[in-house]
Structure formats: structure tokens, C-alpha cells
Design a protein around this ligand. Structure first.
Ligand SMILES: NC(=O)c1ccc[n+]([C@@H]2O[C@H](COP(=O)([O-])OP(=O)(O)OC[C@H]3O[C@@H](n4cnc5c(N)ncnc54)[C@H](O)[C@@H]3O)[C@@H](O)[C@H]2O)c1
Length: 281
């Protein structure tokens, strides 16, 4: 009986040298972030770099002019390897090539943020099939292919890891501000799919020491809003946000560091909303 009880270490904080803050370190870890040129992606990559990880910033080939200087700046600031890699996540051949690029540049993958996404106009219940297909191809199929790539590298290299996927409050709330239907039918469906995919992956990959979780941002000011949201839309969004402002990408860094690191070693298959209280309603 006592032997069985001893399986569980108690009062770890009493051990010499034990420091909780060490669990947040990503020193020596290798990671990638899709949508790495975007507001949330580059903020998370910076958090992981500050914590000591080498990180690949992954984005579409057209982002080259933004991604190269970004990688250089981040690398110089944090003294880790930051590499720009190009991949349209909706294209299977490009995702396969990404796998080769990641192993060549980083050696392996311990942490992955599956984050690339688009939210297109004209996406209410009458959404044209072409729009529906494009959103599902990037936001859901792309998430599936890149998450699968991450877990396959982790398993092949015989170590565990942490995969985090970006869902959205739109993935579980079809009501828009003021009670009307949200005009993101395909987007919300894709994000709901991501949350369920993450739960299936969490269950299937737990035996391999791979954890899978999602975050659901609320209104985070980023490239996804710039140029498309006016002041009226902005103010309408705030009606349902108790904190009464948009969030900023740096406000996701803490959650993304927690989920990537050993500080969350017993956390898998969950969704963490980061939404200024939107999901209270
Ligand atoms: N900002 C928000 O309010 C908010 C809320 C909920 C969820 N999200 C999600 O967060 C994620 C990041 O969005 P963001 O706010 O940083 O927006 P963003 O537009 O700044 O970044 C998105 C990035 O994804 C990249 N991307 C688009 N299509 C791609 C493809 N086919 N292959 C690879 N990369 C591609 C873009 O080039 C861009 O750099 C998205 O999945 C988005 O749906 C954002």
C-alpha cells in the first residue's frame, strides 16, 4: 500500500532547488507557430523566444517581406534561433515540405501553435460555397494537417510535446452583438471543428506524452481587423465584452507560455477563453 502511495510525490516545493518558475522555461525547446507573421502568431513566438525556445515563424509565401525582418529582429532581441518558413497550410504538398524544413532547421518539434486563419466577408448563412471552402480549407483542414505534422514529428523523435490550437469565441457562440446571428458561419464552424479535433488529439496522444489544448480569443486587435473594422463595428463588439476594450496580442502570451511549458504538464484537452469576459454570457 505504502509503495503505491509513494508513486505520488508530495510537497515537491520542499526539494532543494525546486522552483516553480523553472517550469515556465522553454530553454532548449524547438517550436513553430503558423500564422507567424500575424498579430497573435508573432506575439506568441516572441513569448516562446523570451522563454528560451528556438522558433520557426510559418506563414504564406506572400508574407516574405514581413517575415524575414521579423525573424531577424526577434532573433537579435532574444538570442535564440528564429527561422522564417513559408507554407500555405491549406496545401498538403506545402505542409509535407514544411515537415522537412522544420526538421532541417530545428532538428525536431517540441511545441507547436496551430494558429493560421482567415475570417472572410460574406460568411453568413448564405455563404457562397467558394467562400465556405476557402475558410474550411485554411482554418480547419490547414489546422488538421499542421497539427498532424507536429504530432508525427514528436512521435517519430520519441519525445512528448505540447500542441496548442487557436479556436475562437465564434466556435461556440453563433449569436452576434445585440442578439443577431454572427456573420461568420464558415469561420465559426471551422473553429468549432478545431476545438473538437484538439479534444480527439488530446485523448489519442496522451499515451505519447503529447498534450493538446485550444485557446479561444475574443476580440483581439490584430491584422484580422485592420482595414475591415470601423469605429461603429468596434464599439458594437464592446457591448458584449465586460472588460470594455479589445484585447491585444501580448495578452495571449501568458496563456500560450503556460500551455507550451511544463507548468501545464497535467493540462490536456481543454479550451481556455481569452476574451475579456465575453464567454460569461
Ligand atoms: N484577432 C482576433 O480577434 C481573433 C479572435 C479569435 C480567433 N482568432 C484567430 O487567431 C488566429 C491568428 O489571427 P490574428 O488575429 O493574429 O490575425 P492576423 O490576420 O494578424 O494573422 C493571421 C495570419 O495567418 C496567416 N495565414 C492566412 N492564411 C494562411 C495560410 N493559408 N497558410 C499560412 N498562413 C496563413 C496570415 O498571413 C496572417 O499572418 C487566426 O486563426 C484567427 O482566426 C483571432
Amino acid at each position: 500500500m505504502a509503495e503505491f502511495y509513494d508513486v505520488y510525490q508530495k510537497d515537491k516545493w520542499k526539494e532543494p532547488g525546486y522552483r516553480l518558475m523553472d517550469k515556465f522555461s522553454l530553454k532548449g525547446k524547438k517550436g513553430f507557430v503558423t500564422g507567424g507573421a500575424g498579430g497573435i502568431g508573432r506575439s506568441v513566438a516572441a513569448a516562446w523566444a523570451e522563454a528560451g525556445a528556438d522558433v520557426a515563424l510559418v506563414d504564406i509565401p506572400a508574407s516574405k517581406a514581413r517575415l524575414e525582418p521579423l525573424a531577424k529582429e526577434m532573433s537579435e532581441r532574444y538570442g535564440v534561433k528564429i527561422v522564417p518558413l513559408y507554407c500555405d497550410v491549406s496545401d498538403k504538398a506545402q505542409v509535407d515540405a514544411l515537415g522537412e524544413d522544420l526538421v532541417r532547421e530545428l532538428g525536431t518539434v517540441d511545441i507547436a501553435h496551430i494558429n493560421a486563419g482567415v475570417c472572410l466577408g460574406g460568411d453568413d448563412v448564405d455563404v457562397p460555397y467558394e467562400t465556405w471552402k476557402r475558410v474550411i480549407d485554411i482554418d480547419l483542414n490547414g489546422a488538421f494537417m499542421t497539427a498532424q505534422l507536429a504530432q508525427q514529428i514528436m512521435r517519430k523523435h520519441g519525445h512528448g510535446g505540447s500542441i496548442i490550437m487557436t479556436s475562437s469565441l465564434s466556435g461556440y457562440n453563433a449569436n452576434f452583438i445585440g442578439g443577431g446571428p454572427s456573420p461568420v458561419c464558415a469561420y465559426g464552424t471551422a473553429k468549432a471543428g478545431i476545438s473538437e479535433l484538439a479534444r480527439y488529439m488530446a485523448a489519442g496522444l496522451a499515451p505519447y506524452g503529447i498534450r493538446v489544448n485550444t485557446i479561444s480569443p475574443g476580440y483581439i486587435w490584430s491584422g484580422i481587423h485592420e482595414g475591415v473594422m470601423d469605429k461603429t463595428g468596434h464599439d458594437m463588439c464592446l457591448e458584449v465584452v465586460p472588460i470594455k476594450r479589445f484585447g491585444t496580442p501580448d495578452e495571449l502570451q501568458g496563456v500560450l507560455l503556460f500551455l507550451a511549458s511544463d507548468a501545464s504538464s497535467y493540462v490536456t484537452g481543454i479550451n481556455i477563453p481569452v476574451d475579456g469576459g465575453y464567454s460569461i454570457f
